[in-house]
Design a binder for this molecule. Structure first.
Ligand code: ADP
Ligand code: DP6
Ligand code: CO
Length: 322
């Protein structure tokens, strides 16, 4: 009743920002992401009748974590188990910094928990499960590029991710520029909830994100990198605009984030197609072509020395089990 799994983080090019159901974690709009080769979570789950409570340790320290506790109860319910779980996890990514640790975390946890329970869940089932831990985790079950379809049903049955082909002629890279690896002040869950409840821009955001996703898929089919980048960059800024109009207003941007964005614009003036995106944290991610990645890294190194060149990464996988 024990298994270990690895899942990689993913960064959305069309963002998920806002839930239509906070309990089942159903999004207001569909999203599209790239799974990253460089950042991942490794998680071991053991279910045992001899355990008297759930236990979760992260990077060697026992945690009391409401999101993990809630998720283990959901898994117990869906697996029809009565036993408790011991979960041991290591993040090969900064935790809660806007680098998508919740995505790799709940994808790895869902897969390890399923395998440890002796199940053979398919990827759709695993994606649906991971979604209930953290929305973005639905996409980290898959490698390469993935779309999380919002679904229409109220029970979440059709809200899961699936892999889509990478543009056949494009060798994509994502350069991650770390501004601050520390935990954010407003976590994604609270940030998006405040936005849904109070931002007058929220409705406009969901409409635009839906159009952006369609346009992005068209650009990908046509191997049109410039259009892809333009859509991704504008989509991210549209998302960040919603938070500035929320009540109370907030932003994940820091001075260095803005400096990095300017550096990306300068790269374009110099003829390098590079486009930024940003999540619920100050770190900036730059979409570019692999042939330009070193040049992008060099341009950003004026502002931060913590730079990672990432490529589309593998899907979630079990590495050991009983
Ligand atoms: P991020 O930008 O890193 O995704 P979030 O605020 O979305 O930030 O999620 C951070 C939360 O995800 C943590 O507070 C914790 O609840 C959960 N988390 C992070 N890493 C792990 C892990 N390895 N195992 C289980 N839960 C994790
Ligand atoms: C800005 O998936 O971390 O990174 O579902 O509440 O756990 P919860 O939130 P989370 O939100 C991710 C928000 C984002 C955009 C994205 O990854 O699509
Ligand atoms: Co997250």
């Amino acid at each position: 009743m024990k298994a270990t799994a690895i899942a990689h983080t993913n960064i959305a090019l069309i963002k998920y920002w806002g839930k239509r159901d906070n309990v089942l974690i159903l999004p207001a709009n569909s999203s599209l992401s790239m799974t990253l080769d460089q950042f991942y979570t490794e998680t071991t789950v053991e279910w045992s009748d001899s355990f008297t409570e759930d236990q979760f340790s992260l990077n060697g320290k026992i945690q009391s974590d409401a999101k993990v506790g809630r998720f283990l109860s959901i898994l117990r319910d869906q697996f029809s188990l009565t036993s408790f779980a011991h979960v041991t996890s290591t993040n090969h990514v900064p935790t809660a910094a806007g680098l998508a640790s919740s995505a790799s975390a709940f994808a790895a946890l869902a897969l390890a928990a399923s395998k440890a329970a002796g199940r053979n869940d398919d990827e759709t089932t695993l994606s649906r499960l991971a979604r209930q831990g953290s929305g973005s985790a639905s996409r980290s079950i898959f490698g390469g590029l993935a779309i999380w379809q919002k679904g229409e049903a109220n029970d979440g049955s059709d809200s899961y991710a699936y892999e889509i082909p990478t543009p056949s002629k494009l060798d994509l890279a994502l350069v991650v520029a770390v501004v601050d690896a520390g935990p954010k002040k407003v976590d994604s869950r609270l940030g998006m909830q405040t936005t849904v409840e109070t931002s007058p821009f929220f409705e406009a955001w969901t409409k635009q994100a839906t159009l952006d996703l369609e346009a992005m898929q068209r650009a990908m089919k046509e191997n049109d990198f410039v259009t892809m980048g333009e859509i991704a960059e504008r989509n991210a800024l549209t998302m960040h605009a919603t938070t500035m109009a929320a009540n109370p207003p907030f932003t994940y941007m820091q001075p260095l984030s803005l400096a990095l964005m300017d550096a990306v614009r300068d790269l374009r003036v110099a003829g390098i197609p590079a486009y930024f995106t940003m999540d619920a944290g100050p770190n900036v991610k730059v979409l570019c072509l692999t042939k330009d990645a070193e040049r992008v890294k060099e341009a950003l190194s004026v502002h931060t020395s913590l730079l990672y060149i990432c490529h589309p990464g593998p899907k979630a996988r079990v590495i050991t089990h009983d």
